[in-house]
Design a binder for this molecule. Structure first.
Ligand code: 0PR
Length: 387
């Protein structure tokens, strides 16, 4: 910290310089992110609650009420009105809470969790932290977890199964219905990581590529991660964790004797209510109809991009289930780098040697067309050789 105070104008000038270095969603060049530009009302709501702390609920009754209402809205959407939960910092914390509950409920000496090979990397962190042994189940040719392999991997130490509804790499939805049957038969906790898909799948047109139920409709599903700061279009940080029943809460409870509130259930103590208010505002402003409209737009663009890439000669790995396109060129890594040089942000997925494009609400048809023009140039036969 410098000795002398700066003027307000100087501070703001410095901040502006930093902010100018940040990429902007509205440029239309960001195709690598699962976050998006929040609605302006969400930003307003966020600012209104900057000082509110969900870590001391007794002081912030209004914020507490908003969190309850957001959780109730998610619970209804995911078909379990009595589900309980919290708005947390993101999918990582949500998945962590689910794994903690599953581990402590099962109470086994050498706990193992069965994950699809495609599980998000947050589970790697979580397994390290909770001392869980990750056991990976292979994928079938459609990149969904192979349920027969899952069954084979169950041992006396297994504490949970995880399925993904909207994988980060491909947007695939595991056969959650089959996992639910296995979990029920073996008495295991099934956690669904719908961090991304949880606010897409409920709004998909049934004529779209809808594969399976993924939520509490399935009796084996005990917990779901669903993140408002991804396709919920809210501000960061807004992850969501829901549990089928309040009986799970005892595994999360920490007593807070000197606070006005007697217990906390989240890892994070002091918690901002700002993104909760932003989520509440977004849900109210859009309603189901608004979400359906946004999801429809994203899916239409996704399909458009996938078909044009195929026409251009790229290999599209699978028909998109959600708003993610994964494709291969002759050298996908180099293609990703070249695109970056030209100002486009896409992801290279080493595990599958492919390029990943996420079509979020900040992308429009014009952006996709410009992206296609650029990528077509890179795919011309002479350049293709270099790639
Ligand atoms: N589960 C799934 C299925 C996810 O896709 C993600 C994040 C998580 C859990 C973890 O969520 P948090 O990052 O909220 O803790 N998926 C994105 C990804 O890996 C995260 C992201 C978002 C990365 C925006 C970059 C970015 O610009 O791609």
């Amino acid at each position: 910290m410098q000795n002398k105070p700066l003027s307000k104008a100087e501070v703001l000038a410095h901040l502006k310089i930093a902010q100018e270095k940040d990429e902007k969603y509205e440029s239309g060049k960001i195709f690598c992110s699962m976050c998006t530009k929040p609605l302006s009302l969400a930003k307003k709501a966020h600012k209104l609650f900057l000082e509110s702390n969900l870590g001391d609920k007794a002081l912030f009754l209004g914020s507490n009420q908003l969190e309850k209402e957001v959780v109730a809205a998610l619970a209804e959407l995911l078909h379990c009105k009595n589900a309980v939960g919290f708005i947390v910092t993101g999918g990582t914390e949500a998945n962590l809470m689910a794994m903690l509950v599953a581990r402590d409920q099962a109470n086994k000496e050498a706990p193992e969790v069965i994950l699809p090979e495609s599980a998000h990397f947050s589970f790697h962190k979580i397994c390290r932290l909770l001392k869980l042994k990750p056991v990976f189940a292979r994928l079938d040719p459609t990149f969904r977890v192979d349920v027969e392999h899952v069954k084979q991997l169950i041992t006396k130490n297994t504490i949970a199964l995880v399925g993904t509804a909207g994988s980060a790499e491909l947007g695939t939805v595991d056969p959650i219905d089959k996992l639910s049957n296995i979990a029920t038969n073996f008495g295991l906790h099934l956690h669904v990581d719908a961090a991304f898909g949880g606010l897409v799948l409920p709004f998909l047109d049934y004529t779209d590529n809808f594969e399976t139920d993924f939520d509490f409709k399935l009796e084996g599903v005990q917990s779901i991660t669903v993140d408002p700061h991804k396709m919920g279009m809210s501000t960061i940080p807004a992850g969501g964790i829901l549990f089928r029943s309040s009986s799970f809460l005892r595994y999360l409870k920490t007593e807070t004797p000197y606070l006005t509130d007697q217990a906390q259930y989240t890892f994070v103590g002091t918690r901002s209510a700002a993104s909760v208010a932003a989520t509440w505002a977004t849900f109210q402003l859009l309603g189901r109809e608004g979400f359906q409209k946004t999801v429809k737009k994203c899916m239409k663009l996704t399909m458009f991009l996938a078909s044009k890439l195929e026409e251009t000669g790229f290999e599209v790995l699978l028909r998109p289930s959600l708003n993610i396109v994964a494709f291969r060129g002759a050298n996908s890594k180099l293609l990703t780098d070249k695109l970056r040089e030209m100002g486009w942000f896409v992801s290279y997925v080493p595990r599958l040697d492919c390029v990943r494009v996420v079509i979020m609400p900040h992308s429009n048809r014009q952006h996709v067309k410009e992206f296609l023009q650029c990528i077509k140039k890179l795919h011309k036969p002479n350049l293709q050789q270099k790639l």
